[in-house]
Design a protein around this ligand. Structure first.
Ligand code: F0G
Length: 381
């Protein structure tokens, strides 16, 4: 007999809160159940008294939060008899789609912007056997092409316009509430298509609302008679705060951006697919959008790696970069409980990490003397 039940993924874990039946074949890689780490060094460094938590979504099976949505989207695609899935992607969705399609034994087509996705993500899509279609255009153009081609070809779209994606991703909010005992005061996320911020709001709302309530307009199931609304905790929900890269910040510009640019390639998106929903989330939650420069994003990525031992990809660091700024100005007041989602693992983008690293690296002869000297020279650093 096992000492404790084997964790078999988020659909199994939240079966009663997700649109699956007893007969549904679950396509899972054990996603979800990611660590909620309390930052121990950074709050002291910035001299602010905040409980700052990191939801480390980079520890999902393919290294990003996309696995939460993909387990649901691929499970439902297979249930419906689909033999092929398709997505446009800045990299992480394509990695997840490729892996879950492999697990399910179906075909994956992924459209990616030529030369603009991080190397680790490309390696994943190729290794899992997806057909990689590199387009000479950006994510937004790829997304339009996917929508157009899906009208003609027998393929299921697994971008976050597929409502099952948000259903899977809402479970991150469940996990946070369960571990903290209530919702945090603020939840900060990087925003690209704005699917994830919307999914989290659905999750928090479902845990807060009781059957018969209608607490959010953003939830497809919130018709006032939601079978997933169980009112698990009190009615508290967090203020949702979305941070964009300054060169790709349609929510700050108040309209679509045609030539998005940022070092955080995962969120190099100018035409967010969940535009209306995300505005509803902001309004309902009393949160806000803001933007971070590429320099601020990279500085936060490095700070987290050097001071806390947590490695995330650049886009993920936008959540911390933005939160640190809002904590510094007092917009997020001292005494608050703040959760920042780190959406993807740092190993996804080794190029940017190595380029900006300033850690001492020396090459020496393979002798005891040379190694001893290298250690003594760098001891104080
Ligand atoms: N962080 C990372 C690491 C991402 O890969 C993405 C989106 C986001 C944040 C933004 O999430 O779109 O729900 O607001 N990546 C998509 C992709 C676009 O194709 O992998 P969002």
């Amino acid at each position: 007999m096992p000492f404790r039940p084997r964790y078999t993924g988020l659909i199994e874990n939240y079966r009663d809160r997700l649109p699956v039946s007893d007969d549904t074949r679950l396509i899972s890689l054990g996603e979800g159940n990611t660590p909620l780490l309390k930052l121990e060094n950074i709050p002291g460094l910035i001299g602010k008294n905040v409980d700052l938590y990191i939801k480390y979504e980079g520890l999902n099976p393919t290294g990003s939060f996309k696995d939460r949505g993909m387990t649901m989207a691929v499970t439902k695609a297979v249930e419906a008899g689909s033999k092929a899935i398709i997505c446009a992607s800045t990299g992480n969705t394509s990695a997840a789609a490729a892996a879950y399609a492999a697990r399910a034994g179906i075909t994956a087509f992924v459209l990616i912007p030529d030369g603009k996705i991080a190397l680790g993500k490309l390696a994943q899509a190729m290794m899992h056997g997806a057909t990689v279609i590199q387009i000479k255009g950006n994510f937004d153009e790829g997304m339009q092409l996917v929508k157009d081609v899906a009208k003609e070809a027998p393929v299921t779209i697994v971008n976050s316009i597929n409502p099952y994606r948000l259903q899977g991703q809402k479970t991150a909010a469940f996990e946070i509430v369960e571990e903290l005992g209530e919702a945090p005061d603020y939840h900060c996320l990087p925003v690209g298509n704005a699917g994830n911020i919307t999914a989290h709001w659905i999750g928090y709302s479902e845990y807060a609302c009781k059957a018969g309530d209608k607490v959010t307009e953003s939830c497809a199931y919130c018709d006032g008679d939601c079978k997933f609304a169980k009112g698990v905790v009190g009615s508290k929900r967090p203020k949702m705060v979305g941070y964009q890269a300054a060169g790709s910040a349609p929510f700050m510009r108040g309209g679509m951006v045609d030539d998005p640019e940022t070092v955080a390639t995962a969120i190099r998106i100018g035409h967010p697919q969940s535009w209306e929903k995300a505005w509803i989330v902001k309004e309902e939650s009393g949160g806000w959008f803001d933007e971070c420069t590429d320099d601020a994003i990279l500085a936060a990525q490095k700070l987290l790696a050097e001071k806390e031992g947590i490695f995330c990809e650049p886009a993920s660091a936008a959540s911390l970069a933005g939160a640190l700024n809002d904590i510094a100005t007092g917009k997020i007041p001292e005494g608050s409980t703040v959760v920042c989602t780190l959406t993807g693992h740092g190993l996804k983008d080794p190029d940017v990490a190595i380029q900006q690293s300033t850690a001492p690296m020396v090459t020496v002869d393979a002798t005891l003397g040379a190694v001893r000297e290298a250690i003594l020279n760098n001891m104080a650093k």
